[in-house]
Design a protein around this ligand. Structure first.
Ligand code: BTN
Length: 264
C-alpha cells in the first residue's frame, strides 16, 4: 500500500514558522508521542512532525490506548501524528484547548470539543489529543499528538462510540486531513505561546459540546457546565457553587450518555 503524503509541501509551509523543522513519515512505530518524547529526552529538540501509518502502542489520555491506523483496502482508517517543539509560553494553561480548537476549526463546522480537547461529532468521538512535555535543561519540549478517525471503525471495547471524518467529508484521506490541520495548528500554537488562552475563551464556547449540559466528573463533581475560564479550566455550576475543574486527570462526561459502556 502506498500512501501519497505531501511531506515536502508540509515542510515548505511550516519551516518558515519553525526554523529547523523536519517531517518524517513512518510505516510503523510504537507511538509517535513516545518516539518524540524519547528523542527530546535524548537531546533532540528541533521542531518535528512525526506521522505514523500504523502505531503498535498508541496512547491516549489518562493511560488509555489509542487504536487506529487500521488499513481498509488502500486507505488508512485513521491519521496519527505528533508535532514536537520547544515552547516558552508565560502560562501553559489552556494549551490543550487551543490545540483542540484549532483542530475542529480546520476540519469541519459541525465538530465540537468535549473538555478539555476531545473532538466529538454529536455524541461520538472523532479525534483525540494527547499533549506531553519533557523538560530538558532549561527548556520544555512539547509533544502534541493527534489521532483522527477517518473511516468508520469497530466500536468493540470503546467507552465512547466512534465517529469518522468521512461522514462529513466523504473523500477525505489521511494526507488530506493532515494538510488541512497542520499549518493552522502551527499558527495556533505560536499564537498561544505569545498570547495565551484567554483570547480563545469565546471561540472555545462556540464549539463547546458540554456548555449548559449536566456533567459528571470523575472527581465526583456533578453540575451544569458553564464553559471555561481564562485559563481553560472547566466551570461547573454545582449545588456548592461554581467549581473549577482544571486537572488533566479528571474525565468529564455529559450526563445523557450511558456511563457504564463508554471509553475513549
Ligand atoms: C485521547 O483521546 O485520549 C488522546 C488520543 C491521542 C492519540 C494520538 S495518535 C498520535 C499520538 N501518538 C499517540 O500514541 N497518541 C497520540
Amino acid at each position: 500500500m502506498t500512501i501519497r503524503w505531501s511531506a515536502e509541501t508540509l515542510w515548505e509551509q511550516v519551516e518558515p514558522l519553525l526554523p529547523g523543522f523536519t517531517v518524517e513519515i513512518l510505516p510503523q512505530i510504537d507511538s509517535t508521542n513516545t518516539e518524540l518524547m524519547r528523542r527530546a529526552r535524548a537531546g533532540q529538540l528541533e521542531p518535528a512532525l512525526l506521522v505514523a501509518e500504523h502505531q503498535t502502542a498508541g496512547r491516549g489520555r489518562l493511560g488509555r490506548d489509542w487504536q487506529s491506523g487500521l488499513v481498509k483496502d488502500e486507505a488508512l482508517a485513521g491519521l496519527t501524528f505528533s508535532l514536537g517543539l520547544v515552547l516558552k509560553p508565560a502560562d501553559w494553561s489552556g494549551l490543550s484547548l487551543a490545540v483542540g480548537l484549532s483542530v475542529v476549526q480546520s476540519l469541519h463546522p459541525d465538530l465540537l470539543l468535549k473538555w478539555p480537547n476531545d473532538v466529538w461529532l454529536g455524541e461520538r468521538k472523532l479525534a483525540g489529543i494527547l499533549i506531553e512535555t519533557a523538560s530538558v535543561g532549561d527548556v520544555r519540549y512539547a509533544v502534541i499528538g493527534i489521532g483522527i478517525n477517518l473511516l468508520a471503525r469497530d466500536a468493540t471495547g470503546l467507552r465512547t462510540p466512534p465517529a469518522a471524518l468521512a461522514e462529513l467529508v466523504p473523500d477525505i484521506d489521511a494526507p488530506a486531513a493532515l494538510s488541512a490541520v497542520l499549518l493552522p495548528l502551527v499558527h495556533a500554537i505560536l499564537r498561544f505561546e505569545t498570547h495565551g488562552f484567554a483570547q480563545l475563551r469565546e471561540p472555545f464556547h462556540t464549539r463547546d459540546l458540554l456548555y449548559g449540559r449536566v456533567v459528571t466528573c470523575t472527581d465526583g463533581t456533578i453540575g451544569q457546565a458553564r464553559g471555561v475560564d481564562a485559563g481553560g479550566a472547566l466551570l461547573v455550576h454545582t449545588s456548592h457553587g461554581l467549581q473549577k475543574i482544571s486537572s488533566a486527570e479528571v474525565s468529564v462526561r455529559p450526563s445523557s450518555m450511558s456511563d457504564g459502556s463508554a471509553a475513549e
